[in-house]
Design a protein around this ligand. Structure first.
Ligand code: MTE
Length: 308
């Protein structure tokens, strides 16, 4: 017997239909069209041969429905329901990611090449949003380090900058000025190379839905969710700390590091507790979002009140 994840799209849908569906999805205005798809059709976007990754927390998963309809993706609006309704206009093929800057071998990688670069794993991570809610998501991807080592970072590469697609025709939110587009985020090089930092292409065994940052995003589980930039087109290694979108928007509210820290409140609200989506009572927030054992040593000797 085959598991659903072993079935290749070509086995369940004639490739014509599969291709048509993709095209149709890209044209579809949004969630209402998506919702009409029978569940069996959605299975066409399942990954085959997924390995359970080393990092899997043993907590109840946030339902697929919530993970894909309660989103922050300001390129498609600022309400939580906006991305699921409006991200149908994002075209995820063709797609390429430029990897350049302080590297020996700058390259542009087609998404197809990235998908074959390293074994895809399923990892179950907590995602803690700076807005004090959290989710538990089974992501699909591989360590960002796998990609970075292919471009051979030079000795002077100290930081990594991620840039989201800039295209107001596909991303209606970019016609407004709610943020300074394109969305940019950054990590220190040792954070970017840490095995927990996941180059992410899917969730729940499926290709990433557009609203979750298709076709490729970063997930950095010990930092607030906004560090996990979506739909990225460029990864640049730099000698100096890059500017980041939320830090530009509110330097006193959003620092460069943004490690989950229950002891450093946001100026407008506490970070001591969080609400797991789907639950009523709040739970205490854990230092580094529960990943202290793996990452605390990256910040040894640093004043985390100052470098928040
Ligand atoms: N990336 C881009 N390009 N634009 C955004 O608005 N929002 C961030 C992050 N990445 C955002 C983004 C925030 S605030 C969070 S909490 C997470 O995406 C949400 O990821 P999810 O919708 O997959 O849960």
């Amino acid at each position: 017997m085959k598991k659903a994840s072993d079935i290749r799209p070509s086995e369940i849908t004639p490739s014509e239909v599969f291709r048509d569906r993709r095209r149709w999805l890209q044209l579809a205005a949004g969630a209402s069209a998506l919702a009409l798809l029978p569940r069996g059709v959605a299975a066409a976007d399942k990954f085959a041969d997924l390995k359970p990754g080393a990092y899997r927390i043993d907590e109840k998963l946030t339902p697929y429905e919530s993970v894909t309809t309660y989103n922050n993706f300001y390129e498609f609006g600022t309400d939580k329901e906006d991305p699921a309704k409006r991200a149908g206009s994002l075209r995820t093929r063709p797609w390429a990611v430029v990897v350049d800057g302080a590297v020996g071998k700058p390259r542009t990688f087609a998404i197809e090449e990235i998908l074959k670069m390293a074994p895809l794993e399923e990892r179950i991570y907590r995602l803690r949003c700076v807005e004090a809610w959290s989710m538990v998501v089974p992501w699909v991807g591989f360590p960002l380090a796998e990609l970075l080592k292919r471009v051979e970072p030079t000795g002077s590469a100290k930081f990594v900058e991620f840039t989201t697609l800039l295209d107001p025709t596909q991303m209606p939110g970019q016609r407004g000025t709610v943020l300074d587009w394109p969305y940019r985020e950054g990590l220190r090089i040792d954070e970017a190379m840490h095995p927990l930092t996941l180059l992410t292409v899917g969730l729940y065994g499926e290709v990433l839905p557009n609203q979750n940052g298709a076709p490729i995003r970063i997930v950095v589980p010990w930092k607030y969710g906004f560090k996990s930039a979506k739909s990225i087109v460029r990864i640049r290694l730099t000698e100096t700390q890059p500017e980041t979108t939320w830090n530009l928007a509110g330097p006193k509210e959003y620092g460069f590091y943004s490690n989950v820290n229950p002891d450093v409140d946001h100026p407008r609200w506490s970070q001591a507790k969080e609400r797991r989506i789907g639950e009523f009572f709040k739970r205490p927030t854990l230092p580094f979002n529960g990943y202290a054992e793996q990452v605390a040593q990256l910040y040894a000797g640093m004043d985390l009140q100052r470098y928040f």
